[in-house]
Design a protein around this ligand. Sequence first.
Ligand SMILES: CC(C)(COP(=O)(O)OP(=O)(O)OC[C@H]1O[C@@H](n2cnc3c(N)ncnc32)[C@H](O)[C@@H]1OP(=O)(O)O)[C@@H](O)C(=O)NCCC(=O)NCCS
Length: 230
Amino acid sequence: MNGKQRMIRLTKELLNPIGFAGLVWKNLVCLRWRRYLRSRGVVTRGDVIIKGKPVILRMTGNIYIGNNVTLRSDDRGYHASVYAPTRLMTDTREDALIEIGDDTRINGASIHATEKIIIGRGCLIAANVTIVDSDGHGIYPSERSLSNPVSKPVVIEDNVWIGMNSIILKGVRIGRNSVIGAGSVVTKSIPPDCVAAGNPAMVVKVLDSESEKAIQQATRPAKGFRPIIS
Ligand SMILES: CC(C)(COP(=O)(O)OP(=O)(O)OC[C@H]1O[C@@H](n2cnc3c(N)ncnc32)[C@H](O)[C@@H]1OP(=O)(O)O)[C@@H](O)C(=O)NCCC(=O)NCCS
């Protein structure tokens, strides 16, 4: 929604008593969530849109959330089932970090940082995604009881879209604008401007600007076309 559309909506809400009451309610709810995030030691930079109560487990370390970030934890009004609330967890390392860039939407994802998980601006993280920068336990029997013996930072660059039920594992960097297909397991870094999918996720398509132009051309309505519902 752009600035003009936002102003029109705000004016309509202010002129209508039910809309006005709704606006007051929304702001009270927003204040309550902001206080909740602050009480958990989360640092926010601007508005955070919270839909349903997230789980915040900040053992130590830091969680930074940018402006206009959405944290969704239930599926009311959403098109897919969200199996669990959005969970942001920083582990026991003092420098453990989760950073979420402006305008990113997180819809019921679990993000557990032992070391560092950075999510850029304008990303879409669909329902039930898991992002971890550690395996949780060592692979050798002697290390099995150790918690998070190995960790490698995860970086999701700007404008990335991660499809439903995907898993992003330690050490992965997903390049700018790329898309991860639903249900993928991403074990290795993915370059920018591509679609990657599967288990393990592989590049299945390159998002070049020529193909984008061709698709826009093909989907543009013909002259004189009027939709039945406008
Ligand atoms: C990733 C996605 C957007 C790509 O769509 P697309 O560009 O139309 O992809 P295509 O259908 O052309 O598929 C390209 C190839 O990748 C494969 N592929 C696509 N998505 C896949 C997936 N999730 N897992 C495994 N393979 C997949 C296709 O089978 C095809 O393989 P082929 O070339 O061997 O035939 C789509 O497949 C997807 O996963 N959609 C769901 C997104 C989602 O989670 N939305 C939630 C709301 S935010």
